[in-house]
Design a protein around this ligand. Structure first.
Ligand code: AHM
Ligand code: MG
Length: 298
């Protein structure tokens, strides 16, 4: 079944945005050959941008602008919210145009992440989000979306069409752990959590590309973490562009997203560059890490 057919059950404007991002993903995939070089600019997080980052960001924002369905876009590559004043549309979109960009150099998988709000307010708690999706550019190009009716995966086929690969994905109870951050910077609660996972036989797999690591957790089960660190108490990942859309998807698949203390989707963003410690995956490991942060005896 084609993505467009599958989306017939989904609200019209949201379905159009999912298709629009899917269309642009076909172009982004080709641009790994043509735009893979450093630019001379940095984003609001002080990170050097790849030309590909900036190009993918412009490609997606221009398409969202032309759609006339969107009123506001917040992108990891933009320092402020892009307000589309002439739009008749009401939607809000949050975007990480190219996630895991340092993995382009090593030819590992990278992704595009998006979250969609019916009401145009992108500086919102994730629990107001109406749909989320990501594209993973790997050996296959796949698209995962949820519009609150399950989590579904599509694959780009020989005819350049996204066709259904897996419907109603549920998170298995697996034992992969993907620990981001430097071990010497771990706070005690996180160190205890990681030791406990290791003593329970969890297997480490971490690529440095969140979308790819997330897909691995969704497939095999377990937990991804990018914790609060001694030098970076808020961790690295961004609430709006990374933590919220993926927490929306993991919850739809039966798992949880937490900052160690509370549900990611209940956190009110203070600014578009709000970072959060992130634990995302199965209920069991998320409960475990919350025990450590609450100071409970495990
Ligand atoms: P990016 O969106 O600029 O690529 O940054 C986010 C990435 C995530 O994909 C990944 O989980 C993390 O940064 C990796 O960080 P580290 O290099 O510290 O492991
Ligand atoms: Mg990212």
């Amino acid at each position: 079944m084609k993505l467009s057919e599958h989306l017939k059950e989904v609200d019209g404007s949201i379905a159009e945005i999912i298709l629009l991002v899917a269309d642009r993903a076909r172009e982004i995939k080709k641009a790994f050959l043509t735009h893979n070089f450093n630019s001379n600019t940095k984003n609001m997080f002080g990170e050097r941008q790849l030309e590909l980052d900036k190009w993918a960001d412009k490609l997606l924002i221009d398409a969202l602008r032309r759609s006339k369905l969107v009123r506001a876009v917040a992108s990891e590559e933009q320092s402020s919210i892009v307000e589309i004043v002439k739009s008749k549309g009401e939607l809000g979109v949050v975007l990480d145009p190219l996630d895991g960009v340092s993995s382009v150099a090593t030819n590992l998988s990278v992704g595009t992440i998006a979250g969609i709000f019916n009401e145009g307010n992108v500086l919102e708690k994730g629990n107001k989000m109406d749909a989320a999706m990501y594209i993973l550019y790997g050996p296959l190009t796949t698209l995962v979306y949820s519009a609150k009716q399950g989590v579904h995966e599509f694959v780009l086929n020989h005819d350049n069409e996204f066709v259904l690969r897996k419907e109603n994905i549920t998170l298995p109870e697996g034992n992969i752990y993907s620990p981001g951050g430097l071990a010497i910077d771990y706070v005690d609660e996180h160190r205890q959590f990681i030791s406990q996972l290791e003593s329970e036989g969890y297997k480490l797999r971490y690529s440095g590309s969140f979308t790819a690591d997330f897909q691995q957790i969704l497939t095999y089960g377990g937990v991804f973490s990018y914790p609060s660190l001694k030098e970076k108490p808020d961790g690295k990942l961004r609430l709006l562009f990374e933590a919220n859309p993926m927490s929306f998807i993991i919850e739809q698949a039966g798992g949880r997203g937490s900052d160690g203390v509370q549900r990611i989707l209940d956190i009110a963003p203070k600014a578009i560059d709000h970072r959060v410690p992130l634990y995302i995956g199965g209920n069991k490991p998320i409960e475990l890490v919350e025990h450590f942060f609450r100071g409970d005896v495990v």
